[in-house]
Design a protein around this ligand. Structure first.
Ligand code: CP
Ligand code: NVA
Length: 326
């Protein structure tokens, strides 16, 4: 199949052209499913690798990084290349976003020269500012509030392992109610996946996200549980997911958090409360034997590397849908 054949009678795909992805809530349920559909078509070769190189042929991707990365950089850079384009890594030292030059001016310059802007930033307001001042698609590749690209890859992985619509499954997040947790709550509740979140008091996800996700969950007739009890969150889970206890930029809190989060470690005992075939997920990088033990990371039901690979496929679909000019 060519991309043109996929695209021409697909109003949902057409509706994504030229858009930004800042918040997971920017995409409707149908649009999220369309991203996952295209990711699968490209991953499985229904749209083959040669056809894929025509989708963004000659386009360039600006990759703004205020923070370190392994998966995000390699998957975006490989992805744009596979779609026929070119990625440009812009380190904090190079462009000095908001310091050497204002967000407004950087966005204006990049949107004149490049075709898609991807940004990993400290503050959500920076990626919002880029989107407001750019007429090219802007993709949030992690900020303090969200990590939408991560959770698209996560749900692609869940569908691969647990069935293609995620119906009747329980997805549990354990640990810090952070950027990844926020995006997960939104995507799961929008797609009708039961969601439970177990975080220590003081580290629960922000009310705005919990309320939004709870509304989506009740509309979809699924459960949304937010608790400080890790066992209650994990009981009967099909997926157990965790992330670092101290995110990038919170390193000085790591020792304090290690004490507070000790009971939230995903180990064999905690996994024992989940279903016997429950899968373990982590966005990575993992701090082995802190938030997750080696035993769980390396167990047969750990799907963390499928998840990491799917960053490539999910983000190719996002770039193809937002950036194509068909
Ligand atoms: N999961 C994730 O975003 O990994 P990186 O920080 O290595 O990009
Ligand atoms: N919550 C983590 C995710 C890393 C991919 C962070 O923000 O550092």
């Amino acid at each position: 199949m060519t991309f043109k054949e996929y695209f021409e009678n697909n109003p949902v795909a057409k509706g994504l052209q030229g858009r930004d992805l800042i918040y997971m809530d920017d995409f409707s349920r149908e649009e999220i499913l369309e991203v996952l559909n295209l990711a699968k078509l490209m991953k499985t070769g229904v749209i083959d690798r040669c056809e894929q190189t025509k989708i963004l042929w000659g386009q360039s991707l600006a990759e703004i990084f205020e923070k370190p990365s392994l998966r995000t950089r390699t998957s975006f850079e490989t992805g744009i290349y596979q779609l026929g384009g070119h990625g440009m890594y812009l380190s904090p030292a190079e462009i000095g976003l908001g310091k050497r030059e204002s967000v407004h001016d950087v966005a204006n310059v990049l949107s004149r020269i490049t075709d898609i802007i991807m940004a990993r930033v400290f503050s959500n307001s920076t990626v919002v500012g880029l989107a407001e001042n750019s007429d090219k698609p802007v993709i949030n590749a992690l900020c303090d509030m969200e990590h939408p690209c991560q959770v698209l890859a996560d749900i692609e992985t869940v569908f691969e392992h647990k069935g293609c619509d995620g119906k009747n499954i329980k997805f549990t997040y354990i640990g810090d109610g952070n950027n990844v947790c926020n995006s997960l709550m939104i995507i799961c509740s929008k797609l009708g996946i039961n969601f439970a979140c177990g975080c220590p008091d003081g580290y629960l996800p922000v009310e705005e996200y919990v309320n939004k996700a709870s509304n989506y969950a009740s509309l979809g007739g699924v459960d949304m549980i937010v608790t400080t009890d890790p066992v209650k969150a994990v009981v009967g889970a099909d997926i157990v997911y965790t992330d670092v206890w101290a995110s990038m930029g919170q390193e000085e809190e790591a020792a304090k958090r290690a004490v507070i989060f000790a009971d939230y470690q995903v180990n064999s005992k905690l996994m024992g409360y989940a279903k016997s075939d429950a899968c373990f997920m982590h966005c990575l990088p993992a701090h082995r034997n802190s938030e997750v033990t080696d035993e769980v990371m390396d167990c047969a039901n750990s799907i963390v590397f499928d998840e990491a690979e799917n960053r490539l496929h999910a983000q190719k679909a996002v770039m193809a849908l937002l950036g194509n000019r068909y």
